[in-house]
Ligand binder design. Structure first.
Ligand SMILES: CC(C)(COP(=O)(O)OP(=O)(O)OC[C@H]1O[C@@H](n2cnc3c(N)ncnc32)[C@H](O)[C@@H]1OP(=O)(O)O)[C@@H](O)C(=O)NCCC(=O)NCCS
Length: 145
């Protein structure tokens, strides 16, 4: 059974591998270590029998949450893992009086844009050249809670 739970220090090697597979500029183990010591950061993962299938993070800034990353290993995609992670984060927001969630996404990343649209995130602007390797604009999306 897939469990959505908080990320622990012992998960970080798996998270780092997922990042390398999913992103051209992956987060390092060191960056995740810092996140686990950040009171304003929330990190959740999807785990089954000790295997981490995907993870998601966000930072609380006043009454908003900024999504930092969402990643699912290719072999576990299209199974609802990202959906479960986002649902968990929305639940956390609702319990913490968060009024809105925001994120940036590469404008070519239609899989992720579809995912966020499904949750009612709305495009609200662009950050030109925000991403590197390759350089690409970011679409800024917001969702009211
Ligand atoms: C984007 C990503 C997180 C989706 O994870 P996932 O677990 O496969 O997503 P889900 O199975 O929960 O899918 C939910 C919705 O996302 C959209 N979606 C997911 N994969 C898609 C695909 N290959 N094509 C089109 N839409 C897709 C669909 O709207 C889907 O709903 P549906 O199943 O009713 O069609 C995953 O593809 C991934 O890790 N990509 C690489 C990292 C990345 O781009 N992260 C986002 C950075 S902003």
């Amino acid at each position: 059974m897939v469990v959505i739970r908080s990320v622990r220090y012992s998960d970080l090697d798996q998270l780092t591998e997922i990042e390398k597979i999913c992103f051209s500029l992956p987060w390092t183990k060191n960056s995740f270590e810092k996140e686990l010591n950040n009171d304003l950061a929330y990190y959740q993962c999807a785990e089954e029998d000790g295997i981490i299938m995907g993870h998601m993070g966000m930072w609380r800034i006043l009454d908003e949450c900024h999504i930092t990353n969402v990643a699912v290993l290719p072999k576990y995609r299209k199974m609802g893992i990202a959906t479960s992670l986002i649902n968990k984060m929305i639940e956390i927001c609702k319990c913490s009086e968060i009024r809105a969630m925001t994120l940036e996404v590469r404008e070519s990343n239609f899989q992720a844009i579809n995912l966020y649209n499904k949750f009612g995130f709305v495009a609200a602007g662009k950050r030109p050249g925000y991403y590197l390797e390759p350089v690409e604009d970011a679409i800024i999306m917001w969702k009211k809670i």
